[in-house]
Design a protein around this ligand. Structure first.
Ligand code: AG3
Length: 291
């Protein structure tokens, strides 16, 4: 009889993944960390019983979390990553030659160590990049206390349960705005709308309280169960998103990025949300987190 991992994220729906081999298991001071192997997915990283990333589909999430903002912005120099201890987002950020400095703030050093050892393809050496300043600490506290400005802030967080809840608050977004440069962009992982409708509504409300231009874009990440994942986009420059396919293609070619999901056409189309999601966002009658 094989052993199965059962995800505990949603109350009414769950996914299970066969554990072909346990690679690493550790209760850190912050969470329970598990890395196991599955034939279809490769190595799987779970925190507190929730799939964070898998070797098979991490590229979709990390490319979309990073490149949409990085290529919309004109030459981002200073990038802040909140969370992302597995290194996948960092790997994508350092592909951009315009980046002079990237600060990554991760709460749990155990995640970085375990992933560097057991999931080295995630960071692919990015933790050795000389442009990186690594801070082990609370991302919320960092954002509230720093005075440095950033061109892009990427929140690569778990779901809003446990310690990550503060990263989905109005105070957090307000401080992100405070430390963003004038044409800066904040991007967040905003859950899977079909199963996490409240997260989408909450994100829309709290981001709009703090930014002029708020949007959501989508990408399907198979192991984030329940359909496409929503990414939050917040800036004070709506014009940023009016970029043409032509311009994006030029920037993409100039940046010479090796990607497997992202390309300029995906970039422009991912902001097109299906009717039911637009209804959730803009039709107040449907603004009920528990339909
Ligand atoms: N951060 C996002 C995990 C979200 C999973 N939750 C879900 N299925 N809604 C993962 C960190 C990867 N760098």
């Amino acid at each position: 009889m094989s052993e199965w991992f059962t995800e505990t994220l949603h109350a009414d729906l769950g996914q299970r993944i066969r554990i072909d081999e346990v690679i690493y298991k550790h209760i850190t001071p912050f969470q329970s960390l598990l890395i196991f192997k599955n034939k279809l997915l490769g190595k799987v990283l779970s925190l507190d019983g929730i799939v964070q990333t898998t070797e098979a589909d991490e590229f979709i999430y990390h490319e979309m979390l990073c490149h949409v903002a990085m290529l919309t912005h004109h030459r981002p120099k200073r990038v802040l990553v909140i969370g992302g201890g597995d290194g996948g987002t960092l790997r994508e950020v350092v592909k951009h030659r315009s980046v002079e400095k990237v600060i990554l703030v991760e709460l749990d050093s155990n995640v970085i160590e375990a992933c560097q050892k057991h999931l080295p393809a995630l960071s692919a050496g990015a933790f050795e990049d000389p442009r990186l300043e690594l801070i082990i600490g609370d991302g919320y506290d960092y954002v509230v206390s720093t005075d440095h400005t950033h061109d892009i802030i990427i929140v690569d967080s778990p779901d809003p349960v446990g310690p990550a809840t503060k990263l989905f608050s109005s105070q957090f977004y307000q401080n992100c705005r405070r430390i963003l440069s004038k044409t800066g962009v904040l991007v967040t992982q905003n859950g899977v709308p079909f199963v996490q409708r409240a997260e989408l509504l909450n994100g829309a409300k709290l981001l709009s309280e703090n930014f002029h231009d708020v949007a959501f874009y989508l990408a399907p990440v198979p192991t984030y169960q329940g359909g496409a994942m929503a990414f939050g986009w917040a800036s004070n420059f709506p014009e940023l998103r009016e970029i043409s396919l032509d311009e994006l293609e030029q920037r993409f070619a100039r940046a010479a990025l090796a990607t497997s999901y992202y390309d300029p056409a995906i970039h422009l189309s991912c902001f097109t949300t299906p009717k039911w999601i637009s209804n959730v966002l803009y039709n107040s009658e449907l603004q009920n987190p528990n339909p």
